[in-house]
Design a protein around this ligand. Structure first.
Ligand code: DOR
Ligand code: ZN
Ligand code: ZN
Length: 429
């Protein structure tokens, strides 16, 4: 049984233009790509999906998300999180281990994989913790976690404070050809602050989170990556100093890659409207100068990929206010429209540049087969309406988390259908 996706607008990297194509998918892979100009193919007996001139892209890949299960199902669970991912056009996501229990045993890795398989919506790649309970005291059993299906090691949510612990983790991960993914934050430089050092903190008499709390770990870990040879991947880069350090490390051929989130590319601390916890995430929104630096870092290849850091929380938790609420915002269902509207429609980036950072680049960085629209690649595809403007309505999110600073924004670039492994897993109502 095959499915034809007809009249899809496909980005051609060689010409830098879009072209209308018919795409046949069969047995979970892309089987055929034809010029639409050659006429309608013989679809007799096959399913068809008419893309009607909408964009058809390789499905988006998000290598940094929080699905909250096990343990925090009131915030999100694997079923709601993967549905939200599909609604955002994502077909593969990698979930962070700050669950309860922490994903620090083979059993919990398998639990997540089983739940994701039974939800059957998008591909879920679990990360496992570097240290037991993410407490920074004792390494987890890397071999058993890898064997169970973990795709990398990270203590996301917190930084690994002890340099020797991080070095031991990197040495072990390198010996197993596994990446170490780091939430960079030095606790001794963060003293219970909720927002960055900058104008918003000053205007409101708040303590701020300094840029060095992130960049010190980036610098330390780059040196440790050089010493151990591990693939070191930096989470959610938010500061000018981190971009500088990563750029320098890449010039020296150190095996470092990095990610950036839509909110750090689009918002600064000066956009925060007031003491509203929907603007609270970690790392925090930084200064306009940092925003400029992460944009330039992405543009010159210092930062490799875009991730959402989808971090749903309940309305009750976020209602505690800027100082007491947990860090994090939801990301899946606004990521592509935000970036497309802000950077592509304005002519600052080509459509191809944005698509690559959300598809082929994450696949390259993490060695995945997907992320390309080629014959033989997995049939993970996203169909996107580039022409109709719509308002962000958090109450309509498939995610349980409605915590976003982007409510009410008018955006273009809304996903309308998502296909994973050849099956339609989500489509616009
Ligand atoms: O904003 C964040 N939310 N940053 C983190 O590091 C953790 C995450 C969460 O788990 O909510
Ligand atoms: Zn983090
Ligand atoms: Zn995170």
């Amino acid at each position: 049984m095959a499915t034809w996706i007809l009249n899809g607008l496909v980005w051609n990297e060689t010409t830098g233009e879009t072209e209308l194509k018919h795409i046949r998918i069969a047995e979970g892979v892309i089987a055929q790509i034809e010029d639409a100009a050659a006429g309608r193919p013989d679809t007799n007996g096959h399913d068809t999906i008419d893309a009607n001139g909408k964009l058809v892209s390789a499905g988006f890949i998000d290598m940094h998300v929080h699905l909250r299960e096990p343990g925090f199902e009131y915030k999100e669970d694997i079923a709601s999180g993967t549905r939200s991912a599909a609604a955002g056009g994502f077909t593969t996501i990698a979930c962070m281990p700050n669950t309860r229990p922490v994903t620090d045993t083979a059993e919990t890795v398998r639990y997540i994989l089983d739940k994701a398989a039974s939800a059957g919506i998008v591909n879920v790649l679990p990360y496992a913790a570097i240290t037991k309970n993410e407490l920074g005291r004792e390494l987890t059993d890397f071999a058993a976690l890898k064997e169970a299906g973990a795709v990398g090691f990270t203590d996301d949510g917190v930084g690994v404070q002890n340099a020797q612990m991080m070095k031991d983790a990197m040495k072990l991960a390198a010996s197993m050809n596994m990446p170490v993914i780091a939430h960079c934050e030095d606790d001794s430089l963060v003293v219970g602050a909720a927002v960055t050092e900058g104008k918003f903190a000053a205007a409101n008499g708040l303590k701020g989170i300094p840029n060095e709390s992130e960049a010190i770990h980036v610098g330390r870990d780059i040196l440790l990556a050089e010493a151990t040879g591990v693939h070191y991947h930096v989470c959610h880069v938010s500061t000018e100093q981190s971009v500088r350090l990563i750029r320098h490390a890449k010039q020296f051929g150190i095996n470092v890659t990095a990610e950036v989130c839509p909110h750090h590319l689009i918002l600064s601390d000066e956009d925060i409207p007031g003491m509203d916890a929907n603007w609270k995430m970690n790392p925090p929104l930084r200064t306009p100068r940092d925003v400029q630096a992460v944009i330039e870092g992405l543009q010159d290849g210092t930062l490799d990929i875009i991730v959402t850091d989808h971090a749903p929380h309940s309305a009750e938790e976020k209602a505690k206010g800027m100082l007491l609420a947990p860090f994090g915002i939801t990301g899946f269902e606004t990521a592509f429209p935000l970036l497309y509207t802000r950077f592509v429609r304005t002519g600052r980036w080509t459509l191809g540049f944005l698509l690559q950072r959300m598809t082929s680049d994450p696949a390259r960085v993490f060695g995945l087969q997907s992320g390309v629209l080629n014959v033989g690649a997995p049939a993970d595809l996203t169909i996107v309406d580039l022409e109709n403007e719509r308002e962000v309505k958090p109450e309509t999110f498939a995610s349980k988390g409605k915590n976003t600073p982007f409510g009410g924004w008018k955006l273009f670039g809304w996903p309308t259908a998502t296909i994973v492994n050849g099956s339609l897993v989500w489509s616009e109502q």
